[in-house]
Design a binder for this molecule. Sequence first.
Ligand code: SF4
Ligand code: SF4
Ligand code: SF4
Length: 325
Amino acid sequence: MEEKKHTNLDQQGYWMKIKTSAQSVFEGMAVTLAYFFSKPVTVEYPDRTAIPVNDSLPERYRGFLEVDMDICTACKACERECPIDCIEIDVQKINDVRSMTRFDIDLGKCMYCGICVEACPTDAKAPGDQEQTKCIRFTREFEAATEQFPSLTFRFIRPGDYIVPSKPTKGGEYVDTSRRGNIARDVRQKAKEYNALAVQWGFDQGLDSSKKSALDDIINQEKTISRAEELAPMVSGIEQNSQKLEDLLYDQALAQTDCEACGWPSCRAYATAMIEGKDSELHKCEPGGAQATRDTTLILNIRKGKAPKMAAEESIDWVKKHHNE
Ligand code: SF4
Ligand code: SF4
Ligand code: SF4
């Protein structure tokens, strides 16, 4: 008798459990069902926002970096200051004109610290911005998803092409620049195409040895003597006119960016200091690098009356001592 009562209770508990489970499933489904008939609170990215997402971000947002090549002076301050070497700028003389052949930023490596932007001396104003900006600046572009990691290297000069740098502005002047973000979008679009070209260009140049071979070229005895012979008639043409000597150093040797990296307020101030013997360190033009050192030492040595061959030998020693890392 005792045993029968126990079995009835068990059966009751069994049916109760089924009822409770079914009830909770229906309650849960009812909540879900209600969402089919209510207005959604979420929006679909990226095309159903009232304004583009980028435009909704604050002006100081740190998205992709971009560089306005129309106002860049190739002073290389950004490249020098980047603590993790994300920026690569190559400058060389093409048809006797100082030209930029490369301006790359590896945004896959960049930590968005902003040191390069702080270092850039070119102040600019972009339409729509409240604050001043620089030639190199952050944008509100952020969509970096990619299947090809190298396409995060933004190349602001098409591999194989070159750009003549802009002249520096006078202190306190702002230059007009394009709307923030336009350049970054364009370069991002071209990244894949430019990467293929860059790889081919790298093979043509001898890959990583290109910088070393540029230095080898500068200290090559024959080439340095030939550069000395080219400069000799220009030096003798200026006679005793120190203004013309300053012009020659400015035109033929220094980088003309007025970046102050040499410790003087302008290229002309550095040239005058060297001519007057106030600065005997002839290798301080950082944007001009080894080439500036070679041409400065050649001009000043020839000016002292040294023959091109001897001037070239001394110049090579100077470059080796200060640029052969
Ligand atoms: S933001 Fe910082 S890490 Fe990125 S390129 Fe500029 S200096 Fe280098
Ligand atoms: S002007 Fe600005 S962006 Fe151009 S090289 Fe100099 S620091 Fe870099
Ligand atoms: S000479 Fe001085 S100011 Fe002129 S580019 Fe070279 S480092 Fe800059």
